[in-house]
Design a protein around this ligand. Structure first.
Ligand code: HEC
Length: 386
């Protein structure tokens, strides 16, 4: 799809900015209200912030009269999803051949890739929603386990159809869509039912409140993992990893447990009750680091590569994009200002080349130039000799 790269860049910056702002606002209210709920004593909490004291009271049952200026918290979630989806379009759909697809993983046209993307986000929500509504939904442990399995399975699936980056952003979008749909399709409609029966002077069914609370708790557990998926996209050691789905498994577990620890610490829960979380988070992190650690050497011993040979590999596989005037139709300027015009340029960027194209397969982007494993090894040998 063609769009002026200048306009595309500005759209990208502005929508990304909006997405960050909405996301921060959403996470803030989400964490705040769950922490508030945990900190209630006899339905009340005293808080201090910004020079004032706040005395907050939770009405489990309906207040006798519904206040006219009731504040709803929903636009943070809706805007976070809307800006996120726009960003997915700008970055991944419009530039699918660069960022979303990788012919060495699966040959897909842009429209096929977009179709898989949209269907998977929708399908993920439907499956998750049905899991919550099924008998499993009454058993927190089993439900958590099945949602966890759903996410890891999705990560496995995505990494077999999309590029590394495309797969990772889709795991984030998959979870983010479940979270936003929780607000849109469950929490707010249930709250509206409660409000409607209050206005009629009836007693609302407490089940609506309980379902809403369950989904809102899920959302806080998913927040930290989602942030990792969204921000890890620039790191070749993560997205270029062949077992990226296993990294997802560790991050979702570690991030969820970290959320537990953070919120419980916030409300001064006894350390003895929550200390177990620290080694679990540490183990997940160490596991992810070990998983991504490069093999001692993926370069055959004794391989000698001349400057001229290394230069020629980079000329065939990289300069379609990394040049003053890129020949690749989707790239108008050397990405990140990186150009490989001389052997000196290659020496200057040797470390980055090693990370991006030797130890990981993040470059060439979407392997558009069809780089071979043998060429990666040769570049590795040349870099090792520098
Ligand atoms: C099809 C176009 C294309 C090709 C071919 C390509 N790159 Fe890139 N490269 C990009 C784009 C786009 C980015 C910017 C990615 C981003 O915004 O995170 C990039 C970024 C990079 C970076 C900076 C990464 C970072 O995040 O710091 C390095 C280093 C790099 N490429 C090396 C290479 C090498 C080495 C090759 C050849 C083996 C290569 N690239 C081939 C498109 C390409």
């Amino acid at each position: 799809m063609a769009m002026d790269p200048f306009i595309l860049e500005w759209l990208n910056i502005l929508v990304r900015w909006g997405h960050l702002v909405a996301g921060i606002a959403w996470i803030g209210t989400s964490f705040y209200f769950v922490a508030l709920d945990l900190s209630l004593r006899d339905g009340q909490a005293w808080e201090v912030h910004g020079g004032g004291f706040y005395h907050v009271k939770k009405h489990m049952q309906a207040p006798a009269e519904l206040p006219p200026n009731l504040i709803w918290f929903k636009w943070e979630a809706y805007l976070a999803w809307i800006t996120g989806f726009l960003l997915l379009i700008i970055q991944y759909y419009v530039q699918a051949d660069l960022y979303l697809t990788d012919p060495s993983v699966m040959v897909l046209t842009t429209w096929q890739a977009i179709g898989i993307s949209v269907a998977s986000l929708l399908g993920g929500w439907i499956i998750y929603d049905q899991l919550c509504k099924s008998p499993l939904g009454k058993h927190t442990g089993w439900l958590a386990l099945s949602v966890y399995a759903l996410i890891v399975l999705a990560a496995y699936g995505f990494s077999h159809v999309f590029s590394g980056r495309g797969a990772f952003i889709h795991v984030g979008a998959f979870i983010g869509t479940m979270m936003a749909a929780n607000v849109f399709a469950v929490i707010i409609p249930n709250q509206s039912k409660i409000t409607a029966s209050l206005l009629k002077g009836e007693k609302p069914d407490p089940k609506y409140g309980m379902i809403g609370k369950q989904r809102s708790l899920h959302n806080t557990y998913l927040t930290l993992p989602v942030l990792f998926m969204m921000t890890s996209n620039h790191y070749a050691i993560i997205t270029g990893h062949p077992q990226a789905w296993a990294i997802v498994g560790l991050v979702v577990l570690g991030g969820g447990v970290a959320r537990h620890f953070l919120l419980r610490t916030e409300v001064h829960e006894d350390m003895a009750q929550i200390a177990w979380a620290i080694p679990v988070v540490a183990l997940c992190l160490v596991g992810a680091v070990m998983l991504t650690e490069p093999a001692v050497s993926n370069v055959p011993a004794g391989l000698k590569v001349t400057d001229a040979e290394a230069f020629s590999i980079v000329q065939t596989r990289c300069v379609a994009c990394h040049a003053a005037n890129p020949s690749d139709a989707s790239v108008k300027q050397a990405p990140k200002g990186i150009m490989f015009a001389s052997i000196e340029d290659m020496k200057r960027y040797a470390k980055q080349i090693e990370t991006q194209a030797v130890r990981n397969k993040a470059m060439p982007m979407g392997n558009k130039t069809g780089m071979l494993l043998e060429e990666r090894q040769k570049l590795g040998a040349w870099i090792a000799a520098q």
